[in-house]
Design a binder for this molecule. Structure first.
Ligand SMILES: Nc1ncnc2c1ncn2[C@@H]1O[C@H](COP(=O)(O)OP(=O)(O)OP(=O)(O)O)[C@@H](O)[C@H]1O
Ligand SMILES: [Mg+2]
Length: 242
């Protein structure tokens, strides 16, 4: 279970309050979608959860571990796919995957199996000997996804993971996310693709100007909106009102 307790974060010495006293509780086995307009605070929240940005206030607890007090232990339980797959351009694909596997202490046997499986699934197995600088955006995204899947995380957290992925890879990723939840893991991801959120997520939060303005299952969100048909309509209605 992931718990965010009164999390706040400002930039530029308090001029921009990116995340404003945010509370969330996400259960194990749940696919949780994090939606919101550009600049709403999604990436800032995600970076605080994965230990890249320190909250000004509040606590983040993952399965009983305080992400900021016991950060190494927390990090070993988290796999993170950032919004921008800017990684070491001068390594080749397989060097990068082995580097990540070394950091997580994954055995040779386990990593070989997983690297083979996921690089075939994402169709990048023939490029692993090439330097990452020569990869397209989507290929880098797939390499980062593969590296995130080498570990066996309690929390799989992804920032706009579908951006740049071809339809088949996007489909495969959604299947992987579902499978992880069925295994009792927590999947938390941000997206601007309403259809993906609507179809995939057990629950959804909409954040605007650093605050949660809606939270619940699709049915619960529908019940609170005037335009009840699609998540797109609900999103537009709620974020326009703010
Ligand atoms: N490094 C930074 N320095 C200053 N301000 C920042 C920084 N990063 C983000 N912000 C500000 O914090 C707010 C939240 O940004 P954030 O990146 O979390 O939004 P987001 O919801 O991820 O948006 P998007 O959908 O565009 O990815 C915005 O007002 C943004 O300008
Ligand atoms: Mg973002």
């Amino acid at each position: 279970m992931l718990k965010l307790n009164n999390i706040s974060k400002s930039y530029n010495k308090g001029e921009v309050k990116a995340v404003d006293n945010l509370n969330l509780e996400i259960k194990s086995g749940e696919i949780f979608g994090f939606l919101g307009p550009n600049g709403a605070g999604k990436t800032t929240t995600i970076k605080m959860i994965v230990g890249l940005l320190k909250p000004d206030e509040g606590k983040i607890i993952l399965d009983g571990v305080d992400v900021w007090q016991d950060s190494l232990r927390a990090k070993s339980m988290i796999s993170y796919v950032p919004d921008n797959p800017e990684i070491y351009d001068r390594l080749n694909g397989i060097e990068y995957l082995n580097f990540i596997a070394d950091m997580y202490g994954i055995s040779k046997e386990e990593r070989t199996k997983k690297i083979e499986y996921y690089t075939k699934l994402f169709n990048i197995e023939d490029s692993l000997g090439d330097i990452i600088g020569s990869f397209s955006h989507g290929m880098k995204q797939k390499l980062v996804l593969t590296s995130a899947l080498l570990n066996d995380p309690n929390l799989f957290i992804l920032d706009e993971p579908m951006v740049g992925l071809d339809p088949k890879s996007s489909f495969n990723l959604k299947e992987i996310m579902r499978k992880m939840c069925n295994e009792g893991k927590t999947v938390f991801f941000s997206t601007h693709v309403m259809e993906v959120a609507e179809k995939l997520c057990d629950r959804i939060a909409i954040i605007n100007k650093g605050k949660i303005i809606a939270l619940g299952t699709m049915e619960e969100l529908r019940a609170h909106a005037k335009e009840r048909e699609s998540l797109e309509n609900i999103f537009l209605e709620l974020t326009d009102n703010e």
